[in-house]
Each structure stands twice: as C-alpha cells, then as structure tokens.
Design a protein around this ligand. Structure first.
Ligand SMILES: Nc1ncnc2c1ncn2[C@@H]1O[C@H](COP(=O)(O)OP(=O)(O)OP(=O)(O)O)[C@@H](O)[C@H]1O
Ligand SMILES: [Mg+2]
Length: 495
C-alpha cells in the first residue's frame, strides 16, 4: 500500500497561513469589487434616468436655454445638447415599423457630440428592454453592454441607454490593483510564515535532538548513564514545546532510575550466583574427598555401599564442573577483565584435537591449519585469555563428540582472514535439532534433557563459548543442516 509522503509541520503551517491570507484576500476583494460595481452602476443609473427624463419630457433643442453653450460645438450633424457622448436614444411612435428608423428617431451621440443613426439590429436589441421605467443591462450589437431604460410616452415608446464602459474600466483597474496587492500580501505572508514558523519550531528541534541522542544510547545492558536532558530554556511549561521538553526530561529521569534499579538488582543476582558457587566449592571438595577416601578402603564396606559411594563421588565431580561453569559465567557477566596475552589459536587447536582424540577415539578427528609462512601475515595469533580460549575449543569439540554418533568426522580449521582469525569446528553428524537453534547460545539449552545424568550435559557449554568469544570482541555463528559448523571470528593480534 503506497502512502504519499507526509508534509512536515513546518510546511503545513506555512501553507495554511498562505492559504488563509489567500482566502481573506479573495473574500475582501470580491466583496469590495461588487460594492464598487454596485455604487458605480447606481451612479450611472441616476445619469441614465435623468437623460431619459430629458428625452421624454420634450425637444432638447428648445431646452438648450443658453445658446452660448452651443458656440464651441461642431455644427456638421444633428447636434443633441444635454446628452453625453455615447448616449443612445430610440423614439418609436406607436404603429411605426421599427425597421429603417431615421436618425431623429434612433441615434447615438458620437464622441464629437453629433448624432449617429442606429442600424436595425441595434434598434431591435434596444426595443427588447421592458417598458417599465427601470434600468437594466443590455448587450447592443456593435456598441457593447449598456444600461438602458424604456418608458411609454403619449406618442409611443422611448428607450435611452448609456454605455457601461466607465463602470467596467474603473472596476477592471480596481481589480488589477487588488490582484497585485493580494499577490504581494501572499509573498509577504509566505516569507514571514517560513521565518516565523522556523523560529517558533526551533525549540522542538532541540527536544527532538535530545530524544534522538538518548535513543542511540545502548540501554539494554550494564550500567547506563543517562546524562542528556532537554536544555532548561526548552522546558518552560507555559509553552507547548516546553511541556514536551519537561515531559521528556521527567521520562528520562524515570528511565534512568529504573535502569539503575535494574542494574543494581542484576548485579545483586550475579554477585549472589558467584558467591554461592564459590561458597559451594569447599563443601563439595570435602564430599568428593571423603567419598574417594571410602572407596579406597573397600574392605570395610559391603558392595552396595561402595557403589553408592562411587555415585556420590561422580555426582560431586559433575556438580563441581557445573559450579565452575556458573562461576565463570557470573564473572563474565560482571565484565571481569580477562587476561590479554598473545595466544596462537593453531597451537590451541592442535592440543584440543589431541585431547578430543584421546577422549573419543571412535570419532574421526581432523586438523586443517594454514601452511606457515615467512612474513607472519598468516599467523593465527590473537590477544586474549589462553585458558578461556582453550575452554571454547574444548566445549565445541566435546559437543561434536557427545552429540554425534561414533564414526563422525570432525574438522578443526584455523585461518587468518585479513585482520581476523577464523576458527571453525565442523562435523558431519546429524545436526542440531531445529527447535534448539534459536536459543542455542542461551543458558541451560540442551537437546535431550534426559541425557543430563548420563552424559553430564547441562546446557551451559555453548553459553560459555558465546560469553568468552564476546568478551574477546569476537563473534560466533552456527550453520547446521545435516552436519554442524561453528564459526568463531576473533580480532587478530596487531602487528
Ligand atoms: N555438534 C553438535 N551436533 C549436534 N548437536 C549439537 C552439537 N553441538 C551442540 N548441540 C546441541 O546443542 C545443545 C547445547 O549444547 P551445549 O554445549 O550448550 O550444552 P550441552 O553440550 O548439552 O551441555 P554442556 O553444558 O555439558 O556442554 C546440546 O545439548 C546439543 O543438543
Ligand atoms: Mg556442550
């Protein structure tokens, strides 16, 4: 499902401000234009009515009371004093055919003040005006839109009309000014909107910055220091952003407290496990010692008691191993520093395979090491804890021995790959049960719990391998179909 990218709040605010200004400008412009047009039309109608009255009430020539008015006027046409240029008059006596009217009956006043005859189409357009002494707008062919008024006279019908050009041109000029002013207002609103919105939202950016920085902190383990807070100037509860900032600070405070409490209780549990494992070692050693002592003087005891004693001895040995594993895990959890000495993984592999061969002669143990070279660039040297790395190999090899049938081939491979050393333990056994793969490196994950007492399997082996490898800054992965391959990658020793 494709969603179109959402606009930022900034952009939406600016667009809304501009849209609002546009709407206001449009409404104001429309209303004022209509009002202007209205009042201009009213003025024109007053003039039109007056002109109409003069036409109806008598012959204009007799009404030109002051002959002086006429001295400058052109005399080469029927002159109609008292009428403005553009005025149109039709005087149609009753019973006369409206076609072919004379210039005295139908004329308009030209720019030079003389009357010009109307043609028949124009007369027809004008005679369509309702005869009710009320001004209406009418389109006259060749003369454009006009305001016209028609009235009955004792002898017929008289129509007077004036052009609306003065109204139209004034309104057009007014609209042009309005459009320019509105465009400028929109530009100013957009520019001011961008600047103001940016300025107003800057505190929000700072709050987001704090949240982002905190979100990148590793909060999932160990002791967490959450020192980052929204700056005080962005936590003023009187502003909306300030409320967000203050809320974020409170949240960070709570999270820091909760993480601190969690870390404290985790450390307590770890200390308890480490202490308990440590404390149990001594009594266990005594139990083992006494059991061995009894087993070594078999004459005093019946066979069943001897057998029970040998069980006590073997179980206490198992328990000692378990305690050692738990202690080691607790120490690794606590981040106890490991020894860091140069360790050659090739040598470790040789030793481990030798030991595995002795422990499981029925398996086919193979060693695959890189050929030694002169310049040392192929060295399988890492910096770490020799003892723990041996344990990694021992655990992987004991798994390959215990969880595969006799005759399985197990290959230990050590290779240098750039600035990494790669150690692989691969067997062609039956593979790891799929249900186990997800949680393979977790504590007490084991394939067949019923074999617990028989094989001494506890499910801590791979958890220890994982913890040791991680503590060395390395990684471990596993692939298993039929056949299983564990791949450990450790940073190579520098130089
Ligand atoms: N090479 C392997 N082939 C098949 N299964 C394996 C192999 N390695 C591990 N597993 C499975 O993974 C489980 C977990 O191994 P892990 O070493 O953590 O515990 P464990 O061997 O059962 O007990 P321990 O703590 O004694 O090592 C095993 O119980 C086994 O089922
Ligand atoms: Mg194991």
């Amino acid at each position: 499902m494709g969603t179109r990218p959402r606009w930022t709040m900034r952009r939406r605010l600016v667009v809304m401000v501009v849209a609002l200004v546009a709407v206001v400008a449009t409404v104001m412009g429309t209303v004022s234009t209509l009002a202007l047009q209205r009042s201009l039309t009213d003025q024109l109608d007053e003039k039109l009515t007056a002109a109409h009255r003069r036409t109806v009430d008598g012959p204009e020539l007799s009404r030109a009371s002051d002959p002086g008015e006429m001295t400058d006027m052109p005399q080469d046409g029927p002159y109609r004093p008292g009428k403005d240029a553009g005025t149109v008059v039709v005087e149609l006596p009753d019973g006369v055919d409206p076609t072919g009217l004379t210039v005295d009956q139908a004329y308009y006043i030209g720019d030079d003040g003389t009357a010009v005859a109307l043609d028949d189409d124009q007369v027809v357009d004008l005679l369509a005006v309702p005869v009710d002494d009320r001004p209406v707008t009418v389109a006259v062919s060749g003369l454009g839109r006009m305001r016209a008024i028609a009235g009955a006279t004792p002898v017929g019908t008289t129509v007077t009309a004036l052009p609306t050009t003065s109204v139209t041109s004034t309104v057009t000029a007014f609209v042009a000014v309005e459009v320019v002013v509105a465009a400028l207002a929109l530009l100013v609103a957009a520019a001011a909107g961008i600047v103001l919105v940016r300025r107003e939202l800057r505190p929000l950016d700072r709050v987001v910055g704090t949240a982002n920085r905190v979100s990148r902190l590793p909060l999932d383990r160990g002791e967490v220091v959450l020192a980052d807070r929204v700056p005080a100037r962005d936590t003023d509860p009187a502003t909306e952003v300030g409320q967000v900032g203050a809320a974020l600070n409170r949240l960070l405070g709570h999270v820091e407290q909760a993480l601190g409490a969690r870390h404290e209780s985790e450390s307590q549990v770890r200390r308890f496990v480490a202490d308990a494992s440590h404390e149990l070692r001594t009594p266990l050693a005594s139990i083992r010692g006494y059991a061995e002592l009894v087993r070594r003087s078999p004459d005093d005891l019946p066979a069943s008691a001897l057998q029970a004693m040998s069980r006590v001895e073997s179980e206490s040995q198992r328990m000692t191993a378990l305690l050692e594993d738990m202690l080691l895990l607790a120490r690794l959890d606590a981040g106890r520093p490991l020894a860091s000495e140069p360790v050659d993984l090739s040598l470790l592999a040789v030793d481990a395979v030798t030991d595995a061969h002795a422990a499981g002669p029925d398996h086919d143990w193979r060693l695959d090491l890189a050929a030694p070279d002169d310049d040392g660039s192929e060295d399988a040297l890492v910096v770490g804890d020799d003892h723990r790395l041996r344990q990694v190999l021992a655990n992987l090899l004991s798994n390959a021995r215990l969880h595969t049938p006799a005759g399985t081939a197990v290959t230990v491979r050590v290779r240098r790959a750039g600035d990494q050393v790669v150690l692989q333990v691969a067997d062609d056994g039956p593979g790891i049960p799929p249900a186990l793969r997800e949680s393979l490196f977790q504590r007490f994950t084991r394939g067949d719990p019923s074999r617990n007492s028989a094989t001494g399997s506890t499910g801590l082996g791979l958890a220890i391998v994982h913890a040791v490898v991680t503590a060395h800054g390395g990684t471990i992965t596993v692939t298993s179909g039929p056949g299983t391959t564990f791949t450990v990658t450790l940073p190579a020793a520098p130089g």
